[in-house]
Design a protein around this ligand. Structure first.
Ligand code: SAH
Length: 227
């Protein structure tokens, strides 16, 4: 491919047109009808162009409420799922957040837009490399880690909030340990077909309260305290 053609394709992908913005606005309205009420989450999702995170051939579908294949056989989460998990996190500016499963970094950038201090961990190097560059391109700073997030990330613990964006078979003990008292952990737990979203609040050094919510379908969390 010639350099000129490559840069033309790149420019087209990175453009946020009137049509893209209109489609994004309609998606946000759809998320509201599905029960997303946190205005800060909705406005972050209205601002960030989701089509930058998916393969160019899916560009016209970027603002449908659907998950899409990204590299390494993984997926970018459905917008409703991103909004749902982010809303449950009850983010406050300056929260120290651990995200397990960076993937496309779309969820990471929504969190950064909400003003968090982000640590994000991904086990696939192809995705890790891209995500790292993508976060910088958006002008944000985050600590990107290549590794097994089922063990958390001890070096920066404890966290105010932890979000897991892959389906776990059980609750990884390390994640509870690395949460601050009063901190929130949002994690899908189930089999390899469906998982239920769990919202966990750490109530003391040794206790936590857990609420089981809606069904979702995530790619598996693969690691030591996972599949
Ligand atoms: N939030 C991401 C979701 C990506 S899918 C997005 O919207 O793009 C889940 C991601 O979790 C995949 O990229 C997968 O490689 C990663 N993953 C699975 N198990 C993991 C583990 N133990 N540690 C870190 N990442 C993991």
């Amino acid at each position: 491919m010639s350099l000129r053609l490559a840069s033309l394709i790149c420019k087209t992908i990175m453009e946020d047109t009137f049509k893209d913005r209109g489609a994004r606005k309609r998606l946000i309205e759809e998320l509201k009808t599905k029960g997303i009420v946190d205005e800060r989450v909705l406005s972050a999702m209205l601002k960030i162009p989701r089509h930058y995170f998916i393969q160019p051939e899916f560009r016209t579908h970027a603002y449908q409420d659907k998950a899409f294949k990204i590299d390494a056989g993984q997926t970018i989460s459905q917008p409703y799922t991103v909004a749902y998990q982010t809303q449950l996190l009850q983010i406050e500016k300056g929260d120290k957040v651990l995200e397990v499963g960076t993937g496309s970094a779309y969820q990471s950038i929504i969190l950064l837009e909400l003003g968090v201090e982000l640590y994000t961990i991904e086990r696939q190097s192809a995705l890790f490399n891209k995500a790292h560059a993508r976060i910088a391109k958006f002008g944000y700073k985050a600590t990107c880690i290549l590794g097994d997030g089922s063990k958390g990330y001890e070096s920066a613990a404890p966290y105010d909030k932890i979000i897991v964006t892959a389906g776990a078979p059980v609750l990884p003990e390390a994640l509870i340990k690395q949460l601050k008292i009063g901190g929130i952990l949002i994690i899908p737990i189930g089999d390899n077909q469906t998982q239920k979203m769990h919202s966990i609040v750490k109530t003391s050094a040794t206790t936590f309260e857990e609420i089981t919510l809606e069904n979702f379908r995530f790619v598996p969390l693969i690691g030591e305290q996972a599949w």
